[in-house]
Every structure is written in C-alpha cells, then in structure tokens.
Design a protein around this ligand. Structure first.
Ligand SMILES: CC(=O)SCCNC(=O)CCNC(=O)[C@H](O)C(C)(C)COP(=O)(O)OP(=O)(O)OC[C@H]1O[C@@H](n2cnc3c(N)ncnc32)[C@H](O)[C@@H]1OP(=O)(O)O
Ligand SMILES: CC(C)C(=O)C(=O)O
Length: 513
C-alpha cells in the first residue's frame, strides 16, 4: 500500500475563495482540526501578503505539533524571508515557492523569457536552501507549459535544493489521462527526479480536480494538495475528503492510502463551512446532507435488507452520526462540556462557563438544543478576535401587508457613541440594511445574502451569511439568532466590522529586517 501525503491548503488557496476571509482565531481553530484529521502538511497562508497573513502563519506554526506548516512565497527573497520568519518556530518548517512556467504567464504576467524564469527559480531556491530544511517548488500553470521546458527547469531546481516538485493544474484545464501522462513524462525525462517527492494540485474549473488528483496518484505522485469541501480560487480545489475516501474505498484499485482519520471528516467539513460561510451543497459527495440519505422505495427496501446494496460508504466511516444527543434547559455543565469535547472544541474553563450562560439563555427560548445549535453558538461567540467597530444595541422593524417596511436601529460605535437611524425599504431586510448603511455612513454594496436554518423545527436558529463591499474591500459576515431579522442585522454588522479590521491589518505591509 503506497502512502499518500495530504497537503491541506484550506487556509491558503481555500481562503482565496471570493468573499472568504478568516480571522486569526478562525484560522487557528481550523488548523487544530486539520491536525486532528491528521493531515501531513498545512499550508497556513502567504506571509508576504499582509501583516495579518504573516501573523496567522506564525501562530499556526507555533501551535501545530503533528504536521509540517508551510507558507507560500513568490520567487522573491523578501517573500521567502517572510515565510522563514513565520514558520521557523514550527516543528517541521517548510517553504512552498512557485513561478509560472506556461508561455502565456511568462510572457504577459512575469514579462520574463523562459531562460530568465529558470534563472529566477534557481536563484530563489538556492537562496531558500540556506534557510529551509524542506523546499517545495511549484511550476504554476504547469499543465499549459511545454513539457520539455518543465523537464529543464525541474532538473535545475532539484539541483538547487528543492525536494518536493508540485505540478499544479492552476486553471483547471487538464483531464485525468493527460495529467497522468504529464507526470509519467516528467518521471521518464528528469534525470534527478528520484531525489524529489511529486505533488499534484488541481483546480475544479471543468469539474475534474478529484479525478485528476487520483490519476496523478496512479502515475507515481505521492502528495496530493487540496482543500476541505473543495473550496478555493474560482471553482475551487480538489476536495481532500473525496480523494481520501476514494482511496480508502477503492484500495483494491489504487493500492494507496492516506494517514487521515476519516471519522474526523464530517466535523472538519462542518467547521470549515461554518467559518467560511461556504455552504455545502446537499448532494456533495462524502459530506453533503443527502450523501447518505436513501429516498426511493426500492433503495430503502434494499438498504433495510442489506446496507451494502446501495451504500458503498458507511456514514460512521466519515464521522456522520445518525443519533445526536439532545441538550435542553435542564442539562448541566458536565453534559455541555462533554458535548463541546465531542464536537472537537477544547476550550478553557472560563470560555466553557461563558458559553454555558449563553447556552442556558438559548435553552430558555428553544426546546431542544442540538449539536448544530452548539456549533453555531460557538462560531458566533467564540471565534472572534476582531475589534467591533459597531455593536448592535437595539432593533425594531415594522412590517404590514399594506405598509412600507420601516426599520429603526441603534448601534454603538468604537468610541462608545450611540448612533440611531431609521429608514424604509421594499421589504423588511432591505429596510434593515438601508438603516444600517445610514448608521455606518458609508456606501455599502450587498453582494450576497443567504439564510439557512440551523437544524430543524419551528424554533430553529436562523443563520445568515452576507457578502458586502465597502471601500473596495469585499468581506463576508455571519449572524445567528432566533429571529431572522436580528440574524440578518448581525451578519451585516459582522461583515462591516471585518472590513474595518482588514483595512487596519492591511495598512502596513510587513517588512522583515
Ligand atoms: C496560483 C496562485 O494561487 S498564486 C497565489 C495567489 N495568492 C496571492 O496573490 C496572495 C495575495 N496577494 C497579495 O497580497 C499581493 O498580490 C502581493 C502582496 C503578493 C503582491 O502585491 P503587489 O506587490 O502589489 O503586486 P501585484 O499583486 O499587483 O502583482 C504581482 C507581482 O508579482 C509578480 N509575480 C507573480 N508571481 C510571481 C512569482 N512566482 N515570482 C516572482 N514574481 C511574481 C508579478 O509579475 C507582479 O510583478 P510586477 O509588479 O513587477 O508586475
Ligand atoms: C501556488 C500554486 C501551487 C497554486 O496555488 C496553483 O497553481 O493553483
């Protein structure tokens, strides 16, 4: 059985999904869960991109003990230095550096000749080799590159010190047969390729990212890069849970496996979905709500007689629980704490106590509290170290079938001042958002609004995700409440607060001495 290393880039390429921006606490929470899932490598960010990115890579490197933490860098000394400063405190620091190798990227983007690109790549790997024990080098847009040019540059970067060679399908263009052939060609023609681990990194523009990753494995690749739930730039990356479960279920065919604890998959997927606001489609393989639901009579009959008639994956395998314990207003601190641990959260006693108070408040309003409610509560209350520039103090919305909806809102700003405004709209949510825009006194464009219920039942919590644009910065926000309008207001304010936090963290680009 060949061992396949899993390189998780949820925190880097995953965060490149339009509208997703995770704060430091959220990144640390995801990193801890990735460690529980047992991924081999965590790409925690691009340290040269901003002070915030630098800090989060650094903190992830400091807390993760069972995976190698890597940062991304262009072929530039300042980017490489930023990665080193961020990851050097980690147990197994790594660099991931890249340069584009396709004719279109070299000519129009980099404005370099192929020979100059080789020179840039080799000199940056040589420079990095003085700092890093492990260097991964990627040929950006490898799949649209000339294969003989790839042979030439790969041979030279391995000689310069790279020990992992990644050939990404940056634009999601290739198909499985071609991707396999490309890796076969490289192994046949690069004389020193035995000194390097081969890695695949696929995008899903044509819906082939997972198939391409599996084809790469069939052709000698031993490292797969991807993200949880397949999030990422444009149509996303290869979904790691799909790759890992495909290898497990079809070991007979692939003769390869990962180290992942597959029963941590569902929890990881839920956490990433909640924190990024990227909702999982119900029919998504492995982690979708319907992935284990048998709907039609003939299927149900078959499953009742023998599960394997229609079930190739057991829900338990990936951590999907059929029976979740229900908490209510009579539950005590022990049951609550046990529940948090089962959900994978290790919190300080003070945080447990603080959340317990909120849990009791919710339990007074809601008959049964499910795991989903607790996760929503946690995500809402726990994972924010952002500064609150605006806090919702009071909210009133008037709505009647023959009346213009009107909202009145009171906010408190960072200086402790009270702001009160009222405005109308075509509907209640529009009235609410027109009023909030007045309170914040800045032009805010609402780019996306999504609402879903947390769990089932009439008293289910409402969870709202919004995407707003303010001063050229796009940010997502979320809010949870029993009332949909309160959840809508909270999500909007959360997104605006995040814009101000991003503006602050971007003001100063890091400079490493
Ligand atoms: C395929 C991928 O996913 S690559 C990773 C994508 N991730 C990101 O871009 C992270 C977020 N990015 C950022 O914050 C910014 O783009 C920064 C800080 C990295 C750079 O910002 P800026 O200095 O303002 O440059 P900008 O982004 O406008 O342009 C990129 C520059 O890097 C150059 N560049 C691109 N890739 C590379 C590379 N691998 N090596 C060296 N230079 C590169 C471009 O040619 C361009 O150079 P130019 O200014 O001389 O034309
Ligand atoms: C930096 C590289 C690996 C990348 O993200 C891509 O090419 O898609």
């Amino acid at each position: 059985m060949r061992k396949i290393n899993i390189f998780d880039t949820t925190l880097r390429d995953g965060e490149q999904s339009a509208g997703v921006n995770l704060n430091l606490h959220e990144k640390l929470e995801i990193a801890r869960q990735l460690e529980r899932l047992n991924v081999d490598i965590i790409e925690a960010g691009f340290p040269a991109a901003s002070k915030g990115d630098f800090e989060s890579v650094k903190q992830v490197a400091n807390i993760i003990k069972n995976a190698s933490v890597v940062g991304l860098a262009r072929s530039k000394q300042s980017d490489i230095d930023a990665v080193w400063e961020a990851v050097k405190g980690g147990v197994s620091p790594r660099l991931h550096t890249f340069i584009a190798t396709s004719p279109v990227h070299m000519k129009y983007k980099l404005k370099q000749t192929p020979e100059e690109v080789i020179e840039t790549a080799v000199s940056s790997v040589k420079y990095a080799a003085k700092l890093f024990p492990t260097i991964q080098w990627s040929a950006e847009d490898a799949c649209r590159s000339d294969y003989d040019f790839l042979v030439k540059i790969i041979t030279k970067v391995i000689d310069a010190g790279a020990s992992v060679i990644n050939l990404p399908d940056t634009v999601g263009y290739i198909n499985p047969k071609e991707y396999g052939q490309m890796f076969a060609y490289i192994q046949e023609h690069v004389p020193n390729i035995h000194k390097a681990v081969l890695s695949a990194h696929c995008h899903d523009d044509l819906g082939m990212a997972v198939s391409n990753s599996l084809a790469a494995i069939e052709n000698g690749v031993t490292q797969i890069e991807g993200t949880i739930n397949g999030i990422g730039e444009r149509a996303g990356n290869a979904s790691l849970e799909e790759v890992a479960v495909a290898l497990h279920i079809r070991q007979d065919y692939y003769q390869a496996n990962t180290r992942l604890k597959l029963d941590e998959i569902k929890r990881t997927s839920d956490l990433v979905s909640k924190l990024t606001g990227m909702v999982i489609p119900p029919n998504k393989a492995i982690v979708g709500k319907n992935a284990f639901a048998h709907e039609s009579g003939i299927h149900q009959d078959g499953v009742l007689k023998e599960k394997t008639t229609y079930e190739i994956i057991s829900p338990d395998l990936v951590g999907v629980k059929s029976n979740s314990m229900v908490l209510g207003k009579h539950s005590g601190r022990h049951a609550f704490r046990t529940h948090l641990v089962e959900l994978g959260y290790q919190l300080e006693e003070d945080d447990v106590n603080r959340l317990f108070v909120l849990f009791k408040e919710l339990a007074d309003k809601k008959k049964e509290i499910t795991e989903e409610d607790i996760s929503a509560l946690l995500v809402e209350q726990q994972l924010t170290n952002d500064e609150d520039y605006f806090v919702l103090t009071a909210l009133q919305v008037q709505y009647g079938t023959n009346q213009v909806p009107t909202a009145t809102i009171t906010l408190t700003n960072a200086d402790g001042e009270t702001i009160q405004e009222a405005a109308t709209g075509a509907g209640s949510v529009e009235a609410l958002y027109n009023t909030l825009e007045r309170c914040i006194a800045a032009p805010i464009v609402l780019e996306d609004y999504r609402i879903q219920s947390v769990g089932a039942g009439r008293d289910a919590l409402a969870q709202v995700y919004v995407k707003v644009e303010l001063d050229g910065i796009v940010s997502s926000g979320r809010g949870t409440a029993q009332d949909v309008l309160e959840a809508s207001a909270k999500a909007y304010i959360n997104a605006v607060n995040r814009v101000y936090n991003i503006k602050n963290s971007n003001q100063e680009k890091i400079s490493i001495s």
